[in-house]
Design a protein around this ligand. Sequence first.
Ligand code: DGY
Length: 324
Amino acid sequence: MITRKLPDPVLSYLNEHLDCTVWEGKGSIPREELLRTIRDYEGLLLSAGPVNAELLEHAPSLKVVSSVSVGYNHFDIPEMRARGVIGTHTPYVLDDTVADLVLALMLSSSRRIAELDLFVKQGKWQRGSVKEEELFGMDVHHATLGIIGMGRIGEAIAKRAVHGFDMNLLYYNRSRKPETEERFGATYCSVEELLRLSDFVVLMTPLTPETTRYIRKEHFEMMKPSAFFINASRGQTVDEQALIEALRSGTIRGAGLDVFEVEPVSPDNPLLQMPNVVTLPHIGSATSRTRFDMAMLAARNLVGALTGGQAHIVPELKDLAVRS
Ligand code: DGY
């Protein structure tokens, strides 16, 4: 079951190897329709929506769920494990694209790109209408960047920041990475120290039970009042209300957000009214080439896992054998 339309070469590849049904409607298959039809399918390709007890109960034949995403917080790992259902994801192919977007968020929040774009388009740029200093931003180059979560995407951000912008790099990760320290001159420190010292804090942790609401009020209070908070991982890694308060009260200077606690973000979310916050609709990996590569990798994962070939199985389910 392919829950949404995919590029033609990806569908051709899938049809060559598997007997597939593709949801031809707009967007992704509605949940009720998926639950109604999934009963006899052995493979499922999707990009969102919980793979939980409800879905698995409706899918007694299911062996493999392939997600067109690197994050797999929509997989209920214990439920999948209990039923022997394997889950795959799409690492590697999006690292550079997401890293590009993180740099864009850093630059656009600190140099006020979206805010000042609107200023010009609204005809407010008139001789004598504003003092020059009112348009000033903060430098990215030579500033201190703190990355929380130094995985592959964190390293791709580090490369751009250090080699492109001469930034000073701090990082926190569950395990220390001596090679990364060597490569980027990065300094390993505690989350608290990183928050205190950084001009830009980039959160890149996957969403797990341990990282849910990982950054809270007390963490924003540790940050410099001139600092920017950037999140391109998952909205639920942050206490969003605490972030709103920190931005409102001037505890931090600004934010660049590609992700929100609830997506699509509600139109009355106060973050959308803040000129010092850049808001994007979860487009970290959204370029034509990268989304094509992700779709193809997800297709290969599905075929591989169902036919005894190679697949990027998520680490927590790697030891499971595909059900016969
Ligand atoms: C991912 O691949 O996890 C991106 O965030 C898109 O969901």
